[in-house]
Design a protein around this ligand. Structure first.
Ligand SMILES: Cc1cc2nc3c(=O)[nH]c(=O)nc-3n(C[C@H](O)[C@H](O)[C@H](O)COP(=O)(O)OP(=O)(O)OC[C@H]3O[C@@H](n4cnc5c(N)ncnc54)[C@H](O)[C@@H]3O)c2cc1C
Length: 485
């Protein structure tokens, strides 16, 4: 049996592990942390659970792409709970609330209610979004030549440029990027295709994972083990060992050697380069990967609510005090409730995310979780109180429902997932960089493949696309991918 070592047990590593083990490979997933899941990890305090990364997924209704992929990945045991179909996202901007419903017609009608003069343009917009999203064979598991051409064009045009060309109403343009924290978009940089994939993905349907997104990781890890593979935690890979022509295995921090026929790295490129000390990797490649910019980091405020004090909010709430989401700062946020049981009446916990650059916490780099000092704790408390104030202004009653809270910063993500500068979604997409800004799935080490959010894109679907591309290198696509089409 051909031996595959996978570095990292996030959704990228575990989905690769599942597919390869199922298709006859002998898989070992090595995870540096004590828990599997990477950005799927959850933690519990005082009997209440909090999600640290993935909070909701799209296209998961029966027959839709994610549903079919979850079936293939043996995730029948993962329970999903639908967000409100008439408003899975709520954007609070300029003193008004705008809701995004699922479905093409519902979206057009709802947005046209807010912006009646733009109805025809809204139709053009939603059709363009659907056409671009369907261009990815792997996103929709169908494809069309014309769509592929459309997608390429919109990888080189910024979101704001395309919206400027479609709409006259400035407020509508702002509302449509109201969920930009989901992809950390930047004005003039982020390609419209990124926006289109996300909008289309959630327009189809939107769900939270009952009990937390770690259920996805646990399901995959359990299946890999049941099929005979291994998922090992507390195994930090320190070095990918190569001979003159290829990789022979990996060495972990405790100096254990794991031989491999193929290695798949799902970690951030910065972490990968630290492990690769071989002349097969040229300095130019090293420099290029190191210079790709990263998405912003975030400050997370995890709230435990008082019992029966906070009615469950079946929508994701994007609150802006800034006049446009493009200019969002410390007082702008994404606020979500955790779904601890199907259709809960009251929320037990929630999270508020707000952008935070690594520079703000750089002075504490090198310290470890729980031992960063009282000045760091004071810094986080200040930020938390400010954020609570900002949420309270838009969601009255929020502050008084809080029982206790916990916080994290980009340093926490750096520690727990190894993402460079604690970036939320790994490397950033920038229309100006073209191919130079992409992380390839193949390297000059012929039996080293890359997967995870830095190849292709972040998010459950973005990562899955990278997984499918990497796995297709080892198993003929026709033998398994056509199961879903
Ligand atoms: C705050 C936040 C909210 C998000 N919300 C959503 C959402 O609602 N919906 C959605 O679809 N997506 C969301 N995402 C994005 C999504 O969670 C990620 O894109 C995805 O989970 C990344 O998976 P990955 O496997 O590529 O990387 P990761 O999850 O980062 O996994 C990489 C793993 O590699 C391990 N590792 C690193 N170095 C080593 C080493 N040397 N040896 C061994 N192991 C190592 C890490 O510990 C980690 O477990 C969110 C992300 C964040 C941060």
């Amino acid at each position: 049996m051909s031996k595959v070592i996978i570095i990292g047990s996030g959704f990228g590593g575990l989905s690769c592990g599942f597919i390869l083990q199922k298709n006859g490979y002998d898989v070992t997933v090595l995870e540096q942390g004590t828990q599997v899941g990477g950005c799927l990890q959850c933690f519990s305090r005082q009997g209440v659970k909090f999600e640290t990364g993935m909070h909701f997924i799209g296209s998961a209704a029966k027959g839709q792409t994610m549903h079919r992929m979850m079936d293939y990945l043996g995730m029948g045991d993962v329970q999903l709970d639908a967000l409100a179909p008439n408003g899975y996202d709520t954007v609070a901007l300029g003193g008004e609330h705008f809701r995004f419903p699922n479905g093409r017609e519902a979206f057009i009608e709802q947005m046209a209610d807010y912006f009646p003069k733009e109805k025809d343009n809204l139709r053009r917009y939603i059709d363009l979004v659907a056409r671009i999203a369907s261009a990815s064979t792997l996103n929709s598991l169908t494809s069309d030549e014309r769509d592929l051409a459309a997608s390429t064009e919109y990888q080189t045009r910024s979101i704001n440029e395309v919206l400027d060309g479609l709409f006259r109403d400035e407020m509508l343009k702002s509302v449509l990027v109201g969920n930009l924290p989901l992809y950390a978009a930047e004005r003039d940089k982020t390609p419209f295709s990124q926006h289109a994939f996300i909008m289309d993905f959630y327009n189809q349907s939107a769900y939270r994972v009952v009990g937390g997104s770690d259920a996805l990781a646990q399901s995959l890890a359990r299946s890999i083990r049941e099929m005979g593979g291994q998922v090992l935690t507390g195994k930090k890979v320190r070095r990918i060992v190569c001979n003159d022509t290829q990789a022979t295995g990996v060495e972990t921090a405790e100096e254990c050697f794991y031989p491999a026929d193929t290695i798949i790295s799902t970690v951030h490129p910065a972490r990968l380069l630290e492990m690769l000390d071989t002349k097969l990797i040229r300095p130019a490649f090293r420099n290029r990967l190191s210079s790709i910019p990263n998405t912003t980091g975030c400050f997370s405020l995890y709230i435990k609510f008082k019992e029966n004090a906070m009615p469950y909010m079946n929508t994701n709430y994007y609150g802006y005090r800034a006049s446009s989401p493009w200019d969002c700062g410390q007082d702008d946020f994404l606020y979500m409730h955790h779904c601890h049981e199907p259709q809960p009446r009251y929320a037990r916990s929630g999270v508020v995310l707000s952008y935070m650059s690594f520079d703000e916490v750089a002075r504490w780099q090198g310290t470890t979780v729980g031992h960063r000092g009282s000045d760091y704790e004071g810094f986080k408390r200040c930020r938390a109180e400010r954020l609570i104030g900002a949420v309270e202004k838009l969601c009255p009653g929020f502050a008084s429902a809080i029982d206790s809270y916990y916080t994290s910063t980009p340093l926490t993500y750096l520690n727990y997932t190894g993402t460079a500068a604690g970036s939320m979604y790994g490397v950033a997409k920038d229309i100006h960089l073209g191919a130079a800004g992409r992380v390839p799935y193949r390297t000059k080490v012929p039996n080293l493949l890359l997967a995870g959010q830095n190849v292709n894109s972040h998010g459950i679907m973005g990562v899955l696309v990278g997984t499918i591309v990497a796995c297709s290198d080892l198993i003929p696509k026709d033998s398994w991918l056509n199961v879903h089409s």
